[in-house]
Design a protein around this ligand. Structure first.
Ligand code: FES
Ligand SMILES: [Fe+2]
Length: 356
């Protein structure tokens, strides 16, 4: 794709309707971390749908509409009994298919009420709970799969997780993540510098924006990890910086050393939850695979969260900007923005295509 003249770009981007776009439900969304769902049900909201997640006795995750059909209270207040979810109010029980299977005071001459609630396809994979809110028939005929994070279990990657909770439409978050020119905001955290957009690849599923940038970190010796803690050890050097909007999620790589995912759970038109997962690669240590697996797992687990300060800092700075953009839009949705990054044209185009 060639550079477009600036004027047409400014017009194409920031059509205000983007801020009111719905989501394409026919994808796997990330609704929780595995560690958030233990023995009690939890409530999550995905695009205005309240959902109760619970883990049954065998450890399997289930997702039911968070609404007891008896009196419309939240089922997530209840408890897990065997493989069923019991409502806290009168103790009616529901199985994983959302069928009422027990009422504690059912008289001998009464039948169980036929009051099935919606249940959602849900999977536990790579440390997260993935939920498919869309058309189940489409899920099976098109065999739609969750994005997946192969690095989560891989012994050569150290993970750090940060949660994003922002009062903004998801488009603001994705645009923030796809526009690497905002490294300016993070100068003090030294995440990357001097981004320059080189090329964009796009189709109806994804946008890949290829930048060049300067990275502060080089993970080529075992003690390089300490660069995450000590700024004095960092040294700028050029690296490719690739960011991808793989609808509805985001993935990026900075050189060979870092991979970051942002897994989205849009809550409603002005609220977005997301999980940011940062992986530091140890692939450069070619001798690592010679070490015993238990030791490698020990290293992986002990270094979990090594980039926490950096990641939380980035999130704090980004959320502030994103929420301010949303507020400005709510106060005056007619005011137009000026955009120079053509990757954002592609990003907005993809959002629209997916929803239409
Ligand atoms: S409201 Fe749930 S059992 Fe009565
Ligand atoms: Fe950022």
């Amino acid at each position: 794709m060639m550079h477009q003249p600036m004027s047409s770009l400014s017009q194409a981007v920031y059509n205000r309707d983007v801020r009111r776009l719905g989501i394409n439900l026919n994808h796997w969304y990330v609704v929780a971390r595995s560690s958030e769902v233990i023995d009690k049900p939890i409530n999550i909201v995905l695009w205005e749908q309240a959902i109760a997640l619970y883990r049954d006795r065998s450890g399997k995750i289930h997702a039911l509409e968070d609404r007891c059909p008896h009196r419309q209270v939240k089922l997530s207040h209840g408890q897990v009994v065997g493989n069923e979810l019991e409502c806290t109010y009168h103790g009616w029980r529901f199985n994983a298919n959302g069928e009422c299977v027990a009422v504690p005071y059912l008289a001998a001459n009464q039948k169980l009420p036929n009051c099935t609630i919606h249940h959602y396809p849900v999977r536990e994979q790579d440390g997260f709970i993935w939920l498919f809110p869309g058309d189940v028939e489409k899920l099976h005929t098109n065999s739609i799969e969750p994005l997946g994070l192969p690095e989560w279990e891989h012994l050569n990657y150290i993970a750090t997780v940060s949660v994003i909770n922002c009062h903004a439409h998801y488009s603001y978050l994705i645009e923030n993540l796809m526009d690497m020119y905002h490294g300016h905001l993070h100068q003090d955290l030294q995440a990357w510098a001097e981004a320059a957009l080189q090329e964009i690849d796009e189709n109806e599923h994804r946008v890949d924006a290829h930048y060049t940038a300067q990275s502060y970190y080089k993970i080529d010796k075992i003690w390089s990890i300490s660069q995450l803690f000590f700024p004095a050890l960092r040294q700028l050097h050029p690296e490719p910086l690739d960011v991808s909007y793989v609808y509805p999620h985001w993935v990026s790589t900075l050189g060979k050393d870092f991979k970051i995912y942002c897994l989205l759970c849009p809550i409603n038109e002005t609220q977005t939850k997301a999980y940011l997962i940062h992986f530091t690669s140890l692939n450069a240590f070619w001798r690592l695979h010679k070490l015993p697996v238990w030791f490698r797992r020990f290293i992986k687990n002990s270094l979990f969260g090594a980039a926490q300060k950096l990641l939380d800092g980035l999130v704090r700075q980004d959320v502030k900007m994103i929420e301010e953009e949303q507020q400005a839009y709510l106060q005056n949705s007619q005011r137009r923005n000026y955009e120079l990054n053509r990757a954002l044209v592609s990003v907005q185009r993809l959002m629209r295509i997916q929803v239409e």
